[in-house]
Design a protein around this ligand. Structure first.
Ligand SMILES: Nc1ncnc2c1ncn2[C@@H]1O[C@H](COP(=O)(O)OP(=O)(O)OP(=O)(O)O)[C@@H](O)[C@H]1O
Ligand SMILES: [Mg+2]
Length: 298
């Protein structure tokens, strides 16, 4: 399951909530962080989540996919003869090509995701998972990221790279195996961007968005009469609790504006929309995110 969306909308948070929800249901789940965000190690208070699967909770493993490490692993798996591998790793041309080839990092990253999802893992003593959740890069990159295998398959007209890129491309396009979820916020620009992202994923990558998570929804605490009364109190000079009334008015306006944007999101996108509440916490740790997990189940 690939979780994507614009920067800062809550992709990492929602990915973790989904992973916690799946693990709770008894699914052996691995959550992959890509592009070294180091957010998981922060949330779990672990020094580092590296390029290996670490068990964080029952049925939940996490891994941070580093492209250089993925590349190394890929070469190790491809070349069985040690002398050849050593030669390749020492070769400056190889290092140069690996760093300079556009999209190669994304390709080996997707390769690792595919490997994690195999029933019969390529790596020694690899665990098999029921679910692989990918906290994908922010939007623009998200589309490019998912296009990578096809681009490589087209460029490499024959040979193993083509074959392998085709396998990855089929993996991404197989709705029985891969689903894409988009995280959005109930605000005008993020809604517009989500509408565009859903279209681009359809037209440019050829994948359908399975679900949209509208994150950070404020509660609607007051009805119309109450909101009006609060506004009056907030306007009264020196009235009691004026600051609190103003805060309440401001929050209820925000909650309303969000409902309008949520309605736009539902109208303008094809995928079903699940809302997730804004959590009024100074910082979101595993416990708080676990509370969101109940919401992603719906
Ligand atoms: N439902 C929520 N309620 C309150 N705070 C939230 C919620 N979801 C996310 N946040 C907070 O918003 C911030 C951004 O969330 P997160 O890191 O998950 O976004 P992201 O989309 O992964 O960002 P990036 O694009 O930088 O990777 C974090 O500080 C997170 O704790
Ligand atoms: Mg993130």
């Amino acid at each position: 399951m690939i979780v994507t969306g614009k920067g800062g909308v809550g992709k990492s948070t929602v990915s973790l909530a989904l992973a916690l929800a799946a693990a709770r249901q008894g699914k052996r789940t691995v959550l992959c962080e890509v592009a070294a965000q180091e957010r998981l190690s922060h949330v779990f208070h672990r020094a580092e989540v590296g390029f290996h699967e670490v068990e964080m909770a029952e049925n939940l493993w996490v891994i941070s996919i580093d492209p250089d490490e993925s590349m190394r692993e890929y070469v190790l798996l491809q070349l069985k003869v040690k002398a050849m591998r050593d030669l390749l790793f020492r070769s400056r041309i190889f290092t140069y090509l690996a760093a300079a080839t556009p999209g190669l990092k994304e390709l080996v990253t997707i390769g690792k995701i595919w490997e994690l999802a195999l029933d019969d893992r390529k790596v020694k003593q690899g665990r098999s998972y029921d679910l692989v959740i990918v906290d994908a890069p922010a939007t623009g990159h998200g589309v490019g990221f998912l296009q990578t295998p096809r681009t490589f398959a087209n460029v490499a007209r024959v040979g193993p790279i083509r074959q392998q890129a085709e396998i990855l491309d089929r993996f991404i396009h197989d709705p029985k195996r891969t689903g894409v979820a988009v995280v959005a916020l109930p605000e005008e620009m993020p809604v517009n961007e989500t509408v565009k992202l859903e279209r681009d994923l359809g037209s440019e990558v050829g994948v359908e968005v399975e679900r949209i998570y509208c994150n950070g929804l404020y509660p609607e605490r007051f009805d119309d009469d109450e909101a009006e009364r609060l506004a009056e109190l907030a306007a009264e000079r020196g009235g009691p609790g004026r600051a609190a009334c103003r805060a309440a008015v401001s929050e209820s306006r925000r909650a309303r504006a969000q409902r309008e944007q949520l309605a736009r999101l539902e109208e303008l996108t094809e995928a079903p929309v699940t809302t997730l509440p804004f959590l009024f916490e100074p910082e979101l740790g595993v416990e708080q995110i676990a509370a969101l997990a109940a919401g992603v189940d719906r």
